[in-house]
Design a protein around this ligand. Structure first.
Ligand code: 4NP
Length: 153
């Protein structure tokens, strides 16, 4: 399975989603590829936001290997599943899709745990550190659901 996590800047939410899923993949000894990208390019090349690094570290996950990059149309071919954080990300990714097959790879990540509710992972960028704790907890629930769905027999 090849999984791509997508947000706006690729410095706050999707790096946490990538780190959390990668951590679970490693623990479960799964042969998955996990990456993340942003629909915007402003932060390309940067490390995850220090607040994302801190909440990950507090939960035993190191995300300092990550560098931000922008989502590209090639990602539709390189990944099987593309999880977005909110409706804005969803529309920005969908508008780049070139086929129905591409579109069907794209899902709101919280729908994995709460089907059809279209809950968003709120952008914590302009808030305080508590926002990052909330984002971590939401993504942890979603990543458990992603693994459960793909590994059930
Ligand atoms: P992210 O958060 O999409 O979760 O990485 C943001 C990071 C930066 C900006 C917006 C959202 N920004 O406008 O620079």
């Amino acid at each position: 399975m090849r999984v791509l996590m997508v947000c706006l800047g690729n410095i706050c939410r999707s790096p946490l989603a990538e780190g959390i899923l990668q951590h679970k993949v490693n623990s479960g000894d799964l042969d998955w590829e996990v990456d993340s990208a942003g629909t915007g390019a402003w932060h390309a090349g940067e490390l995850p936001d220090p607040r994302s690094q801190a909440v990950a570290k507090k939960n035993g996950i190191d995300i300092t290997n990550q560098r931000a990059r922008q989502f590209t149309t090639n990602d539709f071919e390189s990944f099987d599943l593309i999880y977005v954080m909110d409706a804005e990300n969803y529309y920005n990714v969908i508008k780049l899709a070139q086929s129905e097959d591409h579109k069907q790879k794209v899902m709101m990540i919280m729908n994995m745990a709460f089907p059809n509710e279209n809950r968003r992972v709120p952008d914590p960028y302009y808030g305080g550190p508590n926002g990052f704790d909330d984002v971590f907890d939401m993504l942890d629930v979603a990543c458990n659901a992603i693994i459960a769905k793909q590994t059930k027999t």
